[in-house]
Design a protein around this ligand. Structure first.
Ligand SMILES: Nc1ncnc2c1ncn2[C@@H]1O[C@H](COP(=O)(O)OP(=O)(O)O)[C@@H](O)[C@H]1O
Ligand SMILES: [Mg+2]
Length: 205
């Protein structure tokens, strides 16, 4: 089983969208996937219900997710995708979701507004390290990128120079993705490549 926690400091950084699409991309690869909605707002849960997803989705917006999850998700599950609330609002829940994760995916748009809040995400990851058996593998997945804009390589370089892993796959800004909430997730686009890349990160359990 590999547990993937999708996180960021702020709301509106694409966490729920990324969680939804990655879950479907892993399912399309034949993995047995469960989505855990750890955001009390319940967006992923509502999306799954309205969109009639075939992927099991449950809400677990609690600070002791790291204790509960293994007992709740069946051992035959291949991939668990945890959608989280903004770290700025629910640090306890996010810490728990980082503690149990094998991989943290930081979803962010390549803008200064999102970039300048990343140190708080790296700090939250550092803070759970003593509570973990193995180091957490973390990678940035840039989304809402604009084709040929120099913001994408610029922020990639900044984050890479700081020693962070940035997935080579980026998710472009697309109208169907913007309008996807509440429907079935069918067109995976670049999320298929992102899922391939994420599967090569970290060991899993
Ligand atoms: N690749 C994309 N292209 C266009 N719009 C996107 C894309 N990714 C996310 N969005 C939009 O950005 C907004 C915030 O995304 P959301 O996943 O709800 O963020 P969060 O869960 O971090 O609050 C939503 O309106 C969503 O539709
Ligand atoms: Mg969300």
């Amino acid at each position: 089983m590999k547990i993937i926690t999708v996180t960021n400091f702020k709301g509106g950084s694409g966490k729920t969208t990324t969680s939804a699409y990655l879950a479907h991309a892993f399912a399309a690869k034949g993995r047995s996937v469960v989505v855990v909605d750890a955001d009390p707002q319940g967006s992923a849960l509502r999306w799954s219900e309205q969109g009639e997803w075939s992927i099991p989705t449950l809400a677990l917006p609690v600070k002791d997710l790291h204790k509960r999850l293994v007992g709740i998700v069946s051992a035959s599950t291949g991939i668990v995708v945890i959608d989280t609330p903004p770290l700025e609002d629910q640090a306890g829940i996010v810490s728990s979701a980082l503690r149990i994760a094998d991989v943290a995916i930081v979803s962010m748009a390549p803008t200064m507004g999102e970039y300048e809040r990343l140190p708080e995400v790296w700090a939250a990851i550092d803070n759970v390290e003593p509570l973990r058996a193995t180091p957490l593998v973390a990678a940035v997945l840039m989304n809402r990128t604009v084709t040929n804009a120099n913001s994408t390589p610029m922020f990639r370089e900044l984050m890479t120079e700081e020693g962070h892993t940035v997935l080579s796959t980026t998710i472009p800004r697309r109208e169907p993705i913007a309008q996807a909430f509440g429907g079935p997730v069918t067109e995976l686009g670049k999320y298929a490549a992102a899922a391939d890349e994420i599967e090569t990160l970290g060991a899993g359990r």
